[in-house]
Design a protein around this ligand. Sequence first.
Ligand code: NDP
Length: 233
Amino acid sequence: MNRSVLITGGSRGIGRAIAESFLAQGDKVATISRTGDGPEGALLLKGDVIDAEQVDAAFKEAEDSHGPVEVLVSNAGITRDNLLTLMSPDDFRDVIDTNLTAPALLAKRALRGMMKARKGRIVLIGSAVALAGEAGQANYAAAKAGLIGLARSVAREYGRRGITANVVSPGLTATDMASELNEAQVEKLLAKTPVGRMATPQEIADAVLFLASPAAAYITGVVLPVDGGASMH
Ligand code: NDP
């Protein structure tokens, strides 16, 4: 579609699948990650999303090469799991900074060009734990829940300018992040998943591509679970 697409955390896992999928449909893709790795054909920018200067420099480089960002996918995320009583203040703050503050500042930066163009798509990668909570993930669940309020506020503020903001909410997905869980944790999560298996990164990417597509122009402020039914109740 030849749009300018910016994806955070495109070096591996879900973000890489998202980047590959946009590339496959002919979009111009830039990714930001700390390693600067990513799929061939994308503009691979090195940067830490919690560093405002690095994000600004990467944004500028993406826009110089591809034009104003038309689709922002905020995907970069980390976990620092522990029970809240044992969680260090730094582990709480790092997770909030990476998973919530960075997406908000990225969206703010992307909105500049989107407002001018009177169109834009913002897709935030949330998590099924946002609404359910998860033992050991108070920091992560709080950050992911925050993304919902962020997306819905952006949806209200800029809907009239042709900009949508939505959250894709993956369940357990086969990436490096999921491989940090032990067998018992995986079994427990899959027992609550009607489809009975993890998602592939591609299945998450497919939902992101839909929300960024012209077919989703009237969908904004939604949380789209891609979790094999795990969040049904
Ligand atoms: P991975 O750990 O496999 O990949 C994380 C990506 O984020 C990497 O590309 C990493 O790149 C990047 N990243 C992390 N921190 C930063 C940072 N500070 N600055 C720039 N880039 C950063 O995770 P997944 O692919 O599994 O997760 C992607 C998203 O999906 C996350 O938001 C996660 O919370 C969410 N999610 C994942 C689930 C799962 O089961 N896997 C379930 C639900 C949600 P680099 O290391 O090069 O910086």
